[in-house]
Design a protein around this ligand. Structure first.
Ligand code: SF4
Length: 197
C-alpha cells in the first residue's frame, strides 16, 4: 500500500497560484477552504455538448489539419505531478498533437495568460501520456466563434514545471509564500482577515 500518495496538481490549482500563491497555502497546507466558488473552476458540460453539435466545428478541425480527436480526456502524470481533463486531444496531420480548450466567452484582443498556462498544462500531459511532440495548443472562444493558436515553447513548459515545484513546496512542506504583488486583489479575498497581505 502506498502510504505517501503523489500530489497531483490541476490546472485550476495553477490558476489559483498564479492569482496569489497564498491561496494554495491556505487551501492545502493550512486546510482553510475558500468560502466562494473557486475563481477558475471551469464551467463545462452542457455547453460542450452544444458546441459538438455545431456545424462550424467541423470546419475548424479541417482548418487546423486535425486527423483524430478525443473528447473530455482525463490525463495524469506522476512524474509531472499534474492531472487534468482536456476538452479535445487532437492528433494533427504532421503527427504532432495539440490540446483544444473551450472557453465560453468572447475573444478579447489577446489570449489571457491564464488560458496560455492551461494550454501548457494540457500540452505537457499529452506529451507525457502519448509520447508525441506537442508544439501548440488551441483555445476556442465559443461566444465569438473564434479560435486562437498558442505556441507551446520549451521555455513555457520549463516555467510551468518551476511553478509546479514551487506549489509542491507549499503543499508538501507547508512553505508560506509571499502574497500577490497586486494588492487590489486582496480587497475581495476570502483570506483577507487572516492574511498579512
Ligand atoms: S489577502 Fe491578498 S495576499 Fe492574502 S491570500 Fe488574499 S490575495 Fe493573497
Amino acid at each position: 500500500m502506498d502510504l505517501n500518495p503523489v500530489t497531483l496538481i490541476t490546472p485550476s490549482d495553477i490558476m489559483e497560484y498564479v492569482f496569489c500563491p497564498r491561496f494554495i497555502y491556505y487551501i492545502y497546507a493550512a486546510g482553510v477552504p475558500q468560502q466562494e466558488q473557486r475563481r477558475y473552476k471551469v464551467q463545462k458540460g452542457r455547453e460542450i455538448h452544444e458546441i459538438k453539435q455545431s456545424s462550424n466545428i467541423s470546419y475548424l478541425w479541417k482548418k487546423i489539419g486535425c486527423k483524430k480527436r478525443e473528447s473530455s480526456v482525463y490525463l495524469s502524470s506522476v512524474r509531472l505531478n499534474l492531472k487534468g481533463i482536456i476538452d479535445e486531444v487532437l492528433t494533427l496531420d504532421d503527427d504532432t498533437m495539440a490540446p483544444m480548450d473551450f472557453k465560453f466567452s468572447e475573444f478579447q484582443d489577446e489570449v489571457y495568460k491564464t488560458h496560455r498556462i492551461q494550454s501548457v498544462c494540457y500540452g505537457l500531459l499529452i506529451e507525457e501520456n502519448y509520447d508525441l511532440p506537442v508544439e501548440k495548443g488551441y483555445v476556442l472562444y465559443t461566444r465569438s466563434n473564434t479560435f486562437k493558436e498558442i505556441k507551446l515553447e520549451e521555455k513555457d513548459k520549463k516555467n510551468l514545471r518551476k511553478i509546479i515545484s514551487e506549489m509542491l513546496r507549499i503543499i508538501e512542506e507547508g512553505y508560506f509564500p509571499c502574497g500577490t504583488g497586486y494588492t487590489a486583489r486582496c480587497t475581495d479575498c476570502t483570506y483577507k482577515n487572516i492574511c498579512c497581505g
